[in-house]
Ligand binder design. Sequence first.
Ligand code: BES
Ligand code: ZN
Length: 417
Amino acid sequence: MKVSLKSLILSSILGLLLTGLSAQAHTPVVADYDSKPIYADLRDLNALGIEVLAKDDISQVGYAIINPEMEARIQERAHQVGKCGGFEALAPSTGSFLADPIAGLRNLSLRVQKDQMYEMAPLKLASVPKSDVISAAISQLSEANLQASVQWLSSFPNRFNKGTTPNVHVEQMKQKIEQMLLGTNVPYTVSLIDHTSTKQKSIRVRFEGSSKPDEIIVIGAHLDSINQSWFGGGNAPGADDNASGSSNILDAMRVASQNPQPQRSIEFFWYAGEESGLLGSAEIAQSYKKANKNVIAVLQLDMTLFPGSGEMVLGSMTDFTSPWLRDYLKSMNSTYLNVQIVEDKCGYGCSDHASWYRQGYPTLMPFEATMKAMNSKIHTANDVITPQMSFKHSLVFSKIALVFAMDLANSDLKQLY
Ligand code: BES
Ligand code: ZN
């Protein structure tokens, strides 16, 4: 038994090395002015006959330079198969990735190979024990708070990072947070984070860990919104995308602040400029990596309000996320949630967890539904609260954030590779 497992792993390593990254011999010398470099799902690029300049068979990500006509075709296909934008532009903020997209692919490939090795390992240690304190805290989470907060955030005309007032809602959100934390016994700081790639600011709340302050649990959501439709007046209420995730982590923070100080530090982030290319999170994750910060786990909540696959049926993204945290979610589910979890893929770095994953940090991204059943109104003026939305469904995501804050921030679990 032992021997066959060993040889299975060895042959898999060999297989992975042989089938890994490859770059085509011809690299374009000139790209015309309205072309852009992107990463996209390799299968989409191949199906559309778009030239792939470099690819990674392990993560199924391809690098290409596309013109507007190709962009339109990728988007059309993405919509057909139920994806959002369908690709990820290599924005200037992703710095090294723009300068060296092939190195970016290579790093991603190595990362995914290690995660695949973990998935083959016989021991799974990421389990969530039942605690009465956490059960009691979960019952303090509130659907009414979620509704009020989604309503409030989606009543701004937009929260667009390139709008005329990109920080009005950010300042007001910060005030709301400060109000909420008055009276907590947990030592905390609230800060606005400036960015170079956008005028919009991100918000960070740090709960200082009691015994392991240098070990950080990140709980995040993007606060910005966008309107990408041609007609629609330019309003971007972004109720589902992503007032919902922003509100989940706000309510989880409230309840966590009324409980004992965690052993590890917890950092809550409301990111800027996600819709323009993961701008805020890319800068933050890069700076954390540079400063050698010990981020143990990153939870991303982006779209939690539309129960497209059924109430209490959640998606869990398997790309740009870590298998041990997906196991952790499954164990949390049997201990506290009792929902159905369906694994699915974005096919590209579709939200801020990808920024952290690229810097080598472990991530998790639970999602409102499967990709093909997700809310189709996002990025339009119609992303508002409707009778199809479910705050009961969304409450599950507040619970996930709270278990991160109360269980993972008090445990020794970490990625060992
Ligand atoms: N909320 C979406 C991401 C999303 C879409 C997640 C579908 C899961 C399923 C996010 O805000 C978004 O729109 N992301 C962009 C990509 C980003 C790199 C600009 C997208 O998907 O086009
Ligand atoms: Zn979006």
